[in-house]
Design a protein around this ligand. Structure first.
Ligand code: ZN
Ligand code: ZN
Ligand code: FE
Length: 716
């Protein structure tokens, strides 16, 4: 059997099934998956039962069986792991604490009562502690801890939940907590951390895939201090809450099925009784639950802000030393432990079932590719970078690396890349990268010594969606995002493509407007609004909010700059609209104006502005007229969303293709996504949306890889 079959309690599961059916033989991990040999009467029953009820965390993607001569085996055994062979086995993602372990954690009679590192075959760290495969204790960062007799007994007892649980540990033999400053250990360390939080302090907490910075969410001063120290003005913080009951006080939480991976999930907020600074201007709150026993011990009735342990723009801290060095000025105290994190893995983020960041709990779960092909290393883009390694029919998408704009993040990328190549034994034949000559990832790809395939940004977005949806195409790819380098040197971002994984043709796009100079054009949406108005020959009248936001001499600068480079970006269109209606003129993080425009939109409003992608002028005239009529921002924002959905449908019509793929970071906007999907389906289109990789640039590595597998290149 191949797939996610190691580290998920597979062998114990097979063992008990075989014993129950009176079969002899063995089960063994190898680096290709799991091998089972069974001998006896009830073989069909065995196979049927295993297929119907595999272990809950397992994902079997291959199953081969053959008949062997009987060898009169006695009893059933679990064999020790074989040395690694040629094939590679997926490593399980990290698993959130299971219910039985939680019960142990709070049972005073249990020997693991309040032990922050307990786990079993159904839960615990996996990917982040694995140095090499097969997944076996000596090859994990638990290799340095020697099991005590009691743990050893569980580990070897096929009837025990901890049978062959590689990270098995207890207070006698396993990892320990330590608090700095002071160096106190165990329960005392935890008490120090809790006291510091209660006093409004900021604590760096070592978790599963890296460090968090934590403070009480209801302590306004602590939250403000965390923002100041981290250099993060307004980008929303995630909140860890004890359970669904606590979460319900703050958001419309749908408790029916919380993803078992325990990502951060964005939910519409209900009460506004949290300090404004937790998530300014947001209609949603990012909520997650304690996914490790340590988190569970740390959290009480009140939510904690838990944000990645880094300064903005830097990668998340991994080792104790690194954290104490780099987070020195950010944290008042450090809750550390001595289980080493080998692989860094940030928290994942989900919104309405759509991945916004695919990382802990999901990576490195493979995504199936069509047919065999060369091994590709796809290096992704720049913002929200991830990379992708392919081998045979599997694509391994990396965890979230960060915005690849500085050396530290490039180093983190190189480290993760080495780790994944080693873990899955991939030797890439070819490297795929973006067309943008200025991306660090592109430059890295060009000097890495492999043949290079450059994939256009929006083609990569569409190819990523086709790959995860297992659709061959061609489809109409609607790729709306902030920025991507076009084949004509312009900045694309409002693209209607006819595409399959190998090729694309640009059918149409949002009308080009000049992009106001450099970064300032992105950080100051009012400049974008001015550009749109000028491009349509609409006067910069003093009464328009976007005009008022620009000082007279700045208007002259914008004017002068409006010649350089064209853009068809829909992300920038959102910026311009947000400014024109007076909602947001300056942003402190990518996508802020668009998120606030979505949050402002009156969801009950069905009216729309009539315009097309090729001719957006009527949009501007209608917005200005509505503004002068003192129409509410909520109505204008809704009419814009609805109008853009209709313009998108119009752009897809008459192309002779009935499947539409909606991708690009703009489609994290649930209102736009839903309106566009409904409008397309009403016209009889089949609509594809993202479910496994993010629609934003965190997903493009998959598309780059899919395109490069089909490209012509010279093998070295
Ligand atoms: Zn467990
Ligand atoms: Zn022990
Ligand atoms: Fe993009």
């Amino acid at each position: 059997m191949t797939g996610i079959v190691q580290g998920v309690g597979f062998r114990p599961h097979v063992y008990s099934l075989a014993v129950r059916l009176g079969l002899a033989g063995f089960v063994a991990n190898d680096s290709g998956g799991v091998t089972i040999e069974v001998e006896g009467e009830r073989l069909d029953e065995f196979e049927g039962e295993l297929r119907a009820h595999p272990p809950p965390q397992a994902l079997i993607d291959g199953w081969w069986s053959t008949v062997l001569p009987a060898c009169d085996a006695l009893g059933f055994a679990i064999h020790e792991s074989e040395p690694p062979a040629e094939e590679s086995t997926p490593v399980s993602p990290d698993l959130a604490t299971c219910g039985e372990c939680l019960a142990d954690l709070f049972d005073p009679a249990n020997r693991r009562y309040r032990y922050p590192f307990l786990n079993c075959t159904n839960c615990g760290p996996r990917f982040t502690i694995t140095r090499s495969t097969p997944y076996d204790r000596p090859l994990t960062t638990m290799g340095s801890f020697r099991m005590c007799q009691a743990c050893e007994r569980e580990y070897h007892d096929p009837a025990d939940r901890r049978f062959h649980a590689q990270p098995n540990a207890c207070p006698q033999c396993g990892p320990r907590l330590r608090f700095e400053p002071g160096g106190v250990e165990g329960e005392a360390a935890l008490a120090r951390a809790l006291a510091m939080l209660a006093e409004g302090g900021i604590v760096a907490v070592k978790g599963i895939g890296g460090f968090h910075l934590a403070c009480l969410a209801n302590d306004e001063r602590a939250v403000a201090e965390l923002r100041r120290r981290k250099g993060r003005a307004e980008k929303p913080f995630a909140l860890m809450m004890r359970d669904v009951d606590v979460a319900r006080r703050y958001a419309h939480v749908d408790a029916v099925r919380w993803p078992r991976e325990q990502p951060i999930v964005l939910y519409p907020r209900v009460h506004l009784d949290l300090p404004r600074l937790v998530a300014p201007g947001q209609a949603n709150l990012g909520i997650f639950f304690p996914y490790s026993p340590l988190h569970r011990l740390l959290i009480g009735d009140e939510p904690l802000v838990m944000t990645s342990g880094n300064r903005s723009d830097e990668p998340i801290a991994r080792t104790n030393g690194e954290a104490q060095q780099r987070l020195r000025d950010l944290a008042d105290g450090f809750l550390l432990h001595d289980r080493e994190i080998h692989v860094v893995c940030d928290d994942s983020v989900l919104r309405g079932g759509i991945p916004v960041r695919r990382s802990r709990g999901f990576a490195p779960m493979p995504i199936r590719l069509r047919g065999d092909g060369p091994s590709v290393l796809a290096v992704g883009g720049e913002l929200k970078a991830t990379f992708c390694l392919t081998r045979g029919e599997r694509a391994y998408m990396s965890q979230h690396i960060g915005d690849m704009e500085n050396l530290e993040t490039l180093e983190a990328f190189e480290r993760c890349c080495q780790q994944m190549k080693a873990l899955f034994r991939v030797t890439p034949d070819v490297v795929a990268c973006d067309l943008h000559p200025g991306y660090l990832s592109t430059r890295w790809a060009q000097q890495c010594g492999l043949p290079v395939v450059r994939v256009q940004h929006h083609h990569a977005h569409v190819a990523a969606l086709l790959t995860e949806a297992e659709v061959e195409g061609p489809v109409i790819g609607v790729a709306f995002d902030g920025a991507g380098y076009g084949t004509d040197g312009a900045i694309w971002g409002g693209e209607i493509l006819l595409a399959d994984c190998a090729h694309f043709e640009r059918l149409t796009h949002l009308k080009y407007v000049p992009l106001p100079g450099g970064d300032a054009g992105v950080r100051r949406p009012y400049r974008m609004a001015l550009a749109h108005l000028r491009s349509e020959g609409i006067a910069w009248d003093e009464d328009l909010p976007c005009v008022r936001s620009a000082a007279v001499n700045e208007r002259r600068i914008v004017e002068r700059e409006l010649k350089a480079v064209n853009t068809s970006s829909v992300g920038r269109l959102f910026d311009a609209v947000a400014s024109l209606i007076g909602l947001r003129h300056v942003v402190s993080y990518e996508g802020q104006a668009a998120m606030e425009l979505e949050a402002a939109a009156d969801a009950g409003c069905e009216q729309s502005y009539e315009f097309t992608l090729e001719d957006p002028a009527p949009l501007w005239r209608a917005l200005i007229a509505d503004g002068r009529r003192d129409e509410t921002a909520g109505t204008m924002a809704a009419r814009f969303h609805n109008g853009l959905a209709r313009a998108t449908v119009a752009a897809c019509q008459g192309r002779g293709v009935r499947t539409v793929a909606l991708t690009g970071g703009v489609f994290q906007n649930a209102l736009l996504l839903n309106r566009t999907r409904q409008a397309l389906e009403a016209e009889g289109f089949h609509v594809l949306t993202h479910h496994r990789v993010p629609p934003n640039d965190g997903g493009i590595a998959l598309g780059q890889a899919a395109a490069a597998r089909l490209a012509n290149f010279v093998r070295q």
